[in-house]
Design a protein around this ligand. Structure first.
Ligand SMILES: Cc1ncc(COP(=O)(O)O)c(C=O)c1O
Length: 375
């Protein structure tokens, strides 16, 4: 079975971690500091503060922007629940926004429409490695946290994603573009935000008491991060190479491929294909069947594919109590693009360690799947 995702790790990285262990200093120290400055330089911002997850990075970013109970924070519905958790940790209210149906990123038009007087921040993920329309969102004038958990190394108008917002967060979870096992970072050009987050990530040896956290990264993780960052550009090149192979073959077959935006440089954290339209639904014995069936087809043929977002956020929540004013579903038609995309997108394996033979196999299985569909 070709796995859906896999970290790219080597012996030198293992040795870098061993060096930290041999030094006898394994918690947050000088290696973390170096990882922070290496990342800040790579992204092109003033500084970074490493933490133990992308979720912790989001949580501390929200606190540093002064978010509290009574505030609204806008987030897209089509994303993992980490964003919902981070907003809920602060006591603020999540304000869910629909997506652009072609880029899958948060829709600036829907954001403008749903904005409330209490909206104090927006979290903008650059989903699947493709930068969102960040300039348009910044022009609204509310503080922006860029969520680069899926897009480290991507760029927008020749500047790295993560250098536009008030601050930006990264995740270094095992299957992300670069990894420290678990881990995260906040980067910013604001000394005030960076100092605040540096203070909040650890609780000991403080003159005063306020609620602080234990969100520290260890030097062992940072050693891995430093090595992965050195290889990041080569990881991205390989991802783009594989995406090109997919694009070429799929365009010839008529499978819809990811849309290209001239201002955005995609890093293909995920490569997604749409099962619908122009596809007719997968049919079995004359019956229409859903996306689960497509995923099963790939799995039965040795390729693990997944929904790129397990479940949209609005589907975890209780719908608003008022009767739907428009649209057909219990959400009043509030997230039509999110719902449609959720039912249509299939994420196929893409990562630097995929061999050319594995890529060929994936293409072969995808072609077989497609031919059955268009029969
Ligand atoms: C867009 C986005 N934001 C935040 C996170 C949270 O990161 P972590 O798992 O490191 O807490 C993820 C992780 O999957 C993510 O995809």
């Amino acid at each position: 079975m070709i796995p859906h995702s896999k970290p790219t790790l080597n012996k030198e990285e293992a040795l870098a971690v061993v060096d930290v262990i041999n030094s006898g200093y394994v918690s947050q120290g000088k290696v973390v500091e170096r990882f922070e400055s290496d990342m800040a330089r790579y992204i092109g911002v003033k500084g970074g503060v490493a933490v133990n997850s992308g979720t912790a990075a989001l949580h501390l970013s929200l606190i540093a922007l002064g978010i509290k109970e009574g505030d609204d924070v806008a987030i897209p519905s089509y994303i993992c629940p980490a964003l919902l958790n981070a907003v809920n940790y602060t006591g603020a209210r999540p304000l869910l926004i629909d997506i652009n149906p072609d880029s899958y990123n948060i829709s600036p038009a829907d954001l403008k429409k749903k904005l409330t007087k209490k909206t104090r921040a927006v979290i903008v993920p650059h989903i699947f490695g493709l930068p969102a329309d960040i300039k348009d969102i910044l022009s609204i004038g509310i503080p922006v946290i860029e969520d680069c958990a899926q897009s480290v190394g991507a760029s927008y108008k020749d500047k790295k994603a993560g250098s536009f917002g008030h601050c930006a967060i990264f995740s270094f979870y095992a299957t992300k573009v670069m990894t420290t096992g678990e881990g995260g970072m906040v980067v910013s050009n604001s000394d005030k935000i960076l100092e605040n987050i540096r203070d909040l990530r650890e609780y000991d040896h403080k003159a005063n008491y306020i609620i602080r956290y234990n969100y520290k990264m260890t030097d062992m993780q940072a050693a891995l991060g430093i090595s992965q960052l050195k290889r990041l550009d080569s990881f991205i090149s390989r991802r783009r190479e594989i995406a090109n192979l997919y694009n070429n073959r799929f365009s010839n077959l008529g499978i819809a491929i990811p849309k290209v935006y001239p201002e955005s440089e995609h890093i293909y954290f995920r490569y997604v294909i749409r099962r619908n339209p122009p596809l007719s639904p997968f049919t079995k014995g004359g019956m229409k069947v859903g996306l689960e069936e497509d995923l099963k087809f790939f799995e039965d043929n040795g390729v693990k594919c997944m929904r790129p977002v397990f479940k949209p956020i609005h589907r975890y929540l209780t719908p608003p109590p008022s009767p739907p004013s428009q649209g057909g579903d219990k959400w009043g038609g509030g997230f039509p693009e999110t719902d449609r995309v959720w039912n249509e997108l299939i994420s196929i394996p893409i990562y630097p360690s995929l061999s050319n033979d594995e890529v060929k196999k994936i293409l072969k299985v995808a072609e077989k799947w497609w031919r059955i569909k268009i029969e």
